[in-house]
Design a protein around this ligand. Structure first.
Ligand SMILES: Nc1ncnc2c1ncn2[C@@H]1O[C@H](COP(=O)(O)OP(=O)(O)O)[C@@H](O)[C@H]1O
Ligand SMILES: [Mg+2]
Length: 424
C-alpha cells in the first residue's frame, strides 16, 4: 500500500517493505558458520564482558540435545539483554573498545541460529537480578512476529539457578537441528557426530584463543569438563627463528608483522613435532596468522601473497596483529574471518621497518649470508617497485623474506639438513 509523506524537501511516496520474519530468519541462519566458529563468536562476547572462566556443556539427548556456554563475566541488565537479542543491535560503523571482540551486533544471534532454532540467554546484572530472554525461530515463523520470549527453554531452565547464584551469563542452544543432524534415521551415528564436534570445538578454541589461555591473566575454557589447551602456532623453542619484525603505523594504529621459521623436525621431540603440526599438519599450517585484538582470525593461509603451500616453506609462519579499529580496512566479515588481500592492493600509508633478517641470517664468511643480503635487498626493491608504501608491500616483503629465510636455513626442499645458523 503506497504511503505519502510531506516534508521540507517536498512530497515523498513510499511503500513499506519490512522483511518477512519467516524468510529473514532462514537467511540469518545461513552466514556459513561451522559449529566451532559459531561457538568462538559466543566466547568473544564472554571475553569482551570480562569473563575469566568459560564453561561449555554439550549434552546429547537426541533431538533434545543442547549446548550451554556459561561465563563469569559482568552480565547484562534487562535493557542491554533486550538489545543484545535484537538482530543488528549495534552498528558495525561504531567504534569499539580495544578489548571488544564484537563488531556487527549480530554474532550472538547469527552464530546461534546457524546451529540451533532456539536460543535462551540467562544473565545477571550488577544488582544481582537475573534476566531471561529466548528466541524460538519456529514461533517467529508461525506467528510472523519477532516475539522475544521471557521464559527459558526446558533445556536452559536448570541454568537459571546457577546464574542467579554465581552471576555471569549462560547462552543455551536448544532445538540444535544442525548440531544434531538426522537423529531419527540413525541415532548412533548422529551421537558420534555430535561428540566429534565436541572434540573439534576444543581444538579450534585452543588455537583461536591461545593468547587468552596462557600467560598473565590467563582465562580458562572448559569443554565437557576438559580444559582447552592453548595452541600457539609459533612454537616456543630455542631453534624457532625470527626472520623479520615490522611495525606499520596505519591510520592511527599499528599493524605488527613477524615472520618465523620454525625448527626442523630433527630438532624437535616427537611430542613437539605433533604439537607444532597443529590441526591440519605442518604443510597446511604454513603462512599467515592474523590476530584481531589478540584473537586469531586467520590460521595458516598465504592469502594470495606468499605463493603455494609447498614443502620448502612448510616451516614458515607469519603473525599479523591488528586492532578492531581496522576492521573496515581489513574486511572483517561477520564470521570474523578476514581477507587482507583487499588491503594489500590498495593501502598506501607510511611505514617504518625494523628487520631482524640480516642479524639472524648472516654470519661472517657465510656464503649463504651474502645471498641472504642480496635477496633481502631485492625483496625491498621489488616491494618499492610495486608502488605500495603500506601493508601490501610489507606483507609481500615479509612473505618473500620468510621464503628466503626458509630456503637458507633448510636449503633442501622439505627440510633436509638443518644449517648451523644459530637461532636468534
Ligand atoms: N556473554 C555475554 N556477557 C555479557 N554481554 C553479552 C554477552 N553476550 C552478548 N552480550 C551483549 O550482547 C551484545 C550483542 O552481541 P553480539 O550479537 O555478539 O554482537 P557484538 O558482539 O558484535 O556486539 C554485545 O555487544 C554485548 O553487549
Ligand atoms: Mg559478538
Amino acid at each position: 500500500m503506497a504511503r505519502v509523506e510531506a516534508s521540507a524537501e517536498g512530497v515523498e511516496e513510499w511503500d513499506e517493505a519490512a522483511p518477512r520474519p519467516k524468510a529473514l530468519v532462514e537467511s540469518l541462519r545461513s552466514f556459513g558458520y561451522s559449529p566451532e566458529t559459531a561457538i568462538a563468536d559466543l566466547l568473544d562476547n564472554s571475553i569482551s564482558a570480562g569473563a575469566s572462566e568459560m564453561v561449555l556443556h554439550f549434552e546429547w539427548a537426541g533431538s533434545d540435545s543442547h549446548l550451554a556456554i556459561v561465563d563469569d563475566g559482568r552480565g547484562m541488565d534487562e535493557a542491554t539483554l533486550l538489545e543484545a537479542m535484537r538482530p543488528g543491535s549495534i552498528s558495525p560503523l561504531s567504534t569499539r573498545a580495544a578489548s571488544d571482540l564484537g563488531r556487527f551486533g549480530l554474532g550472538l544471534k547469527t552464530a546461534s541460529f546457524a546451529q540451533a532454532r532456539e536460543l535462551t540467554v540467562i544473565t545477571r546484572d550488577a544488582s544481582g537480578q537475573a534476566h531471561v530472554r529466548r528466541w524460538d525461530l519456529d514461533l517467529v515463523g508461525t506467528s510472523g512476529q519477532w516475539r522475544l520470549l521471557r521464559l527459558p527453554s526446558a533445556q536452559a531452565a536448570p541454568y537459571l539457578s546457577q546464574v542467579t547464584r554465581t552471576g555471569g551469563t549462560a547462552v543455551v542452544w536448544s532445538k540444535c537441528d544442525r548440531l544434531v543432524g538426522d537423529v531419527e534415521h540413525d541415532p548412533e551415528r548422529a551421537a558420534d557426530r555430535f561428540y566429534a564436534v565436541v572434540d573439534q570445538v576444543r581444538t579450534h578454541l585452543g588455537a583461536t584463543f591461545h593468547r587468552f589461555l596462557a600467560g598473565r591473566g590467563a582465562r580458562s575454557i572448559r569443554v565437557n569438563d576438559v580444559a582447552v589447551q592453548p595452541w600457539d602456532p609459533i612454537l616456543k623453542h630455542p631453534a624457532t627463528h625470527l626472520v623479520t619484525t615490522e611495525k606499520l603505523p596505519f591510520r592511527g594504529t599499528r599493524v605488527e608483522v613477524k615472520a618465523y621459521v620454525l625448527p626442523h623436525r630433527s630438532k624437535l621431540s616427537e611430542q613437539q613435532q605433533q604439537a607444532g603440526a597443529g590441526i591440519r599438519g605442518w604443510n597446511a599450517q604454513q603462512g599467515f596468522y592474523v590476530y584481531r585484538n589478540k584473537r586469531l582470525v586467520v590460521s595458516g593461509d598465504w592469502l594470495g601473497v606468499g605463493g603455494a603451500k609447498d614443502e620448502h616453506t612448510k616451516l614458515g609462519r607469519i603473525t599479523i596483529d591488528f586492532d578492531s579499529e581496522l576492521d573496515l580496512d581489513w574486511q572483517i566479515d561477520v564470521k570474523k574471518s578476514t581477507d587482507p588481500r583487499q588491503v594489500l592492493e590498495g593501502a598506501a600509508g607510511s611505514h617504518r621497518t625494523r628487520r631482524a633478517a640480516g642479524r639472524g641470517l648472516r654470519r661472517p664468511g657465510d656464503r649463504d649470508a651474502g645471498r641472504a643480503g642480496r635477496r633481502r635487498r631485492q625483496v625491498g626493491r621489488d616491494a618499492r617497485r610495486r608502488g605500495a608504501g603500506g601493508q601490501g608491500a610489507a606483507l609481500h616483503g615479509a612473505a618473500a623474506r620468510l621464503r628466503a629465510g626458509c630456503h637458507l636455513r633448510y636449503p633442501a626442499a622439505g627440510g633436509g639438513r638443518a644449517t648451523a645458523i644459530p637461532a636468534s
